[in-house]
Design a protein around this ligand. Structure first.
Ligand code: KIV
Length: 272
């Protein structure tokens, strides 16, 4: 079956692997709720990430640390109810997999049972390999996440570009290989030099999806609210804004307020 034909159907981890093989780029975006997930899925996105960035975007926290497993399950289940075609990945929140691999498996099973998502994602390299192996041994597909790992913000202290120095770059390459060997079906690389990301994508057989990692990888992911311009304070170099919804929504709300105050809304045709 050609990739074009397979794209009419539900996207699976196998489809993503085929896409890498056929050099077709993978397009991934976040979504956290039913209505936007429906739009993103209908538009033909390949992968929807129910990211723990919901902690920032939906709940207004400074970091991704406060979001809980129950919150992620709520968002994940809302997205899954909307999606027909895209592969849905749910982030495992901070504190649900780092402790020990048994706890990691219990958390991943809850996500899969209670959301009906297709896979989970977790952050880290060698330190989480045991958890990755245990989750995969239960038949749950795992996406890795290396480079800037926001759940470790307190360890690094900043959100700047990672792995610029040779030693950290080497560790990242080794971690990527370890995650692939452990059975991850794909890895997100966040905010690392483009040359390093391209090298990882070339060395690994699984798809590498970048965010702030250049164009030499197998796909791209952005936070939906950032690329639509709903959020407007956050402007990293890697972010391309496809809309300015902050301005558009503010304008619409302003017009509504004016109409209500002027008793222009509702009109005769808008009442019973
Ligand atoms: O939570 C998230 O949105 C993510 C992406 C930035 C990759 O992990």
């Amino acid at each position: 079956m050609s990739v074009a034909m397979s794209r009419q159907k539900k996207v699976t981890t196998h489809v993503l692997s085929e896409m890498k093989h056929n050099k077709e780029k993978i397009a991934m975006l976040t979504a956290y709720d039913f209505s936007l997930a429906k739009i993103v899925d209908s538009a033909g996105i390949d992968v929807i990430l129910v990211g723990d960035s919901a902690s920032n975007v939906m709940a207004g926290y400074e970091t991704t640390l406060p979001i809980t497993l129950d919150h992620m399950i709520y968002h994940g289940a809302s997205v899954v109810r909307a999606v027909e075609r895209a592969l849905v990945v749910v982030d495992m929140p901070f504190g649900t997999y780092q402790g020990n691999s048994k706890e990691a498996l219990t958390s991943a099973i809850r996500i899969m049972k209670e959301t009906a998502a297709d896979s989970v994602k977790l952050e880290g390299g060698r330190e989480v390999v045991e958890s990755v192996e245990r989750i995969i041994s239960a038949g749950i597909p795992v996406m890795g996440h290396l480079g800037l790992t926001p759940q470790s913000i307190h360890k690094f202290g900043t959100y700047t570009v990672r792995a610029k120095q040779e030693e950290e770059a080497q560790k990242l390459i080794e971690d990527a290989h370890l995650l692939q060997e452990a059975g991850c079906y794909a890895i997100v690389l966040e905010k690392i030099p483009a040359e390093l990301a391209a090298k990882v994508a070339e060395q690994l057989t699984i798809p590498i999806i970048g965010i702030g990692a250049g164009s030499g990888v197998d796909g791209q992911v952005l936070v939906l609210h950032d690329m639509l311009g709903v959020t407007h304070e956050f402007s990293p170099r890697f972010l391309r804004r496809y809309h300015n919804l902050f301005a558009e929504i503010s304008g619409a709300v302003g017009n509504y307020i004016e109409d209500v105050k002027a008793v222009d809304f509702p009109s005769e045709r808008e009442q019973y």
